[in-house]
Design a protein around this ligand. Sequence first.
Ligand SMILES: Cc1cc2nc3c(=O)[nH]c(=O)nc-3n(C[C@H](O)[C@H](O)[C@H](O)COP(=O)(O)OP(=O)(O)OC[C@H]3O[C@@H](n4cnc5c(N)ncnc54)[C@H](O)[C@@H]3O)c2cc1C
Ligand SMILES: NC(=O)c1ccc[n+]([C@@H]2O[C@H](COP(=O)([O-])OP(=O)(O)OC[C@H]3O[C@@H](n4cnc5c(N)ncnc54)[C@H](O)[C@@H]3O)[C@@H](O)[C@H]2O)c1
Length: 466
Amino acid sequence: MSQFRPAALEADVVVIGGGPAGEVLAGRCAGRGLDTVLVEAELIGGECSYWGCIPSKTLLRPGDVLAAAARVPGAAAAVTGPVDVSAALARRDYMTSHWTDDGQERWLADHGVRLLRGTGRLAGTRRVRVDGGPQLVARRAVVLATGSEAVLPPVPGLADVRPWDNRAATAAKEVPGRLLVLGGGAVGLELAQAFFRLGAADVTVVEAGSRLLPHEEPFAGEEVLAAFEREGIAVHVDTRLAAIGRDGTDGPVHATLSNGQEIIADEVLVAAGRRPRTDDLGLGTVGLRPGRPVKVDDRLRAIGVPGAWLFAVGDCTGLAPLTHMGKYQARIAADVITGRDVRDRASRDAVTRVTFTDPQVCAVGLTAAEALQRGIAVRVIDVGTGDVPGSYVLGDGLQGTTRFVVEEASGVLVGATITGSGVQELLHSAAVVVAAHLSLSELRHAVPAFPTVAEVWLHALEAAGL
Ligand SMILES: Cc1cc2nc3c(=O)[nH]c(=O)nc-3n(C[C@H](O)[C@H](O)[C@H](O)COP(=O)(O)OP(=O)(O)OC[C@H]3O[C@@H](n4cnc5c(N)ncnc54)[C@H](O)[C@@H]3O)c2cc1C
Ligand SMILES: NC(=O)c1ccc[n+]([C@@H]2O[C@H](COP(=O)([O-])OP(=O)(O)OC[C@H]3O[C@@H](n4cnc5c(N)ncnc54)[C@H](O)[C@@H]3O)[C@@H](O)[C@H]2O)c1
């Protein structure tokens, strides 16, 4: 597949970064007739396709299926062996297309997007330079979609032990016997459980904050912690890594925690958060600060850059670092660039998120604490996710909590959290209600089918006196 060579140095739209956000934006602009150039330094498809969502969910899936079967009397007896690790890793390789992007290159060509491989940097108003080559001039818009990268906390000795980041972990060729995970956010928890269920004998999660998943409702992290401990994954909250070193070049890692505990591991995964990839992007040439998120307004236009020609979407905005939110922003930005009057209404108020651990943590909109911070008076309605007949039909021990956060004055749902095994598909009903600003009383006539787990909605209505 031939790449675009910039003979014509002008285009309507120049997109820097071909992850999920940049790809969607480029495809939509080109589909509406704009001459669109996409600049990508590595693989088209970005972090999500090769080192993020896809490999991590694929690595979790075998253990999830076995755990689901083990909850069903009758099926449990048929699960007699361990996970087939080499088949699981081969499936991961297939799902990441063996870290090649030919399929994505074809997709861009089919959608009329011109691809330019290389590192793009802003070079002043409407200008982009790729790898020191000639300048591209964007007639209508430049869009930044450069994503994010893992941060390495400044722990003495950490860099020297060659820790895994998400890339090394999701591309691992074997399962380590002992794994130390730094960070109890989504990356750390999903990969800790994936490797444990793939056969790692000792997995320890160390979280500096007072609870796992600190941005979610407190019960979410508590339930995941309890499930991990039941399963055999060690968790330390309120704990930091004090020092770490490796024996020789390939020997085990010795870690000392702030609570005095010593941990020996074969690999250390650093999952302590991400930062926007904006430090070497030429932001200074347009008056923005390198290394910071590119702040955007509700039309995804960079704040502080006059002329409405610079846009940013996805992780580099720091808004909601999730694939589907980046793609949503891309659709809005493409609409704005092509002259439609639309605004981003979800990236601050209705972010949907699923942590794919077992139990899963699914949430949309505001937690009760966030509502309070915004000065919104709310009441919470809590029901047991496992307390409906549909849960029992799925198996034993399908516990969890469903919380609806309801604005006191209007009865409108501003947030929801649903925990439990395999409840991910329930989230979208809550997302619809939050995005549409529906009040609970309007939901009386949306009748959940029997026996589905969606009857948690019914229990919530009953708890609200409806
Ligand atoms: C382990 C892990 C699991 C995850 N799981 C999920 C999940 O289940 N669901 C979910 O919604 N999200 C998940 N995420 C988050 C998700 O991966 C990101 O939100 C998403 O990839 C962001 O998309 P993006 O297009 O903004 O950036 P990226 O995917 O980071 O893509 C940016 C692209 O820009 C390119 N680039 C950067 N700088 C330049 C430059 N100067 N010139 C040219 N190209 C450049 C990069 O090479 C890259 O291809 C996960 C993340 C991790 C780390
Ligand atoms: N299922 C999903 O949708 C999914 C999965 C993975 C990642 N993601 C996205 O990627 C983003 C980044 O995920 P993440 O888990 O890397 O970051 P995060 O910011 O969500 O969590 C990082 C955790 O590490 C802790 N931490 C920070 N420094 C530490 C230290 N020195 N020692 C111990 N703990 C430390 C923090 O307190 C925090 O709990 C998420 O916010 C999410 O948007 C999504």
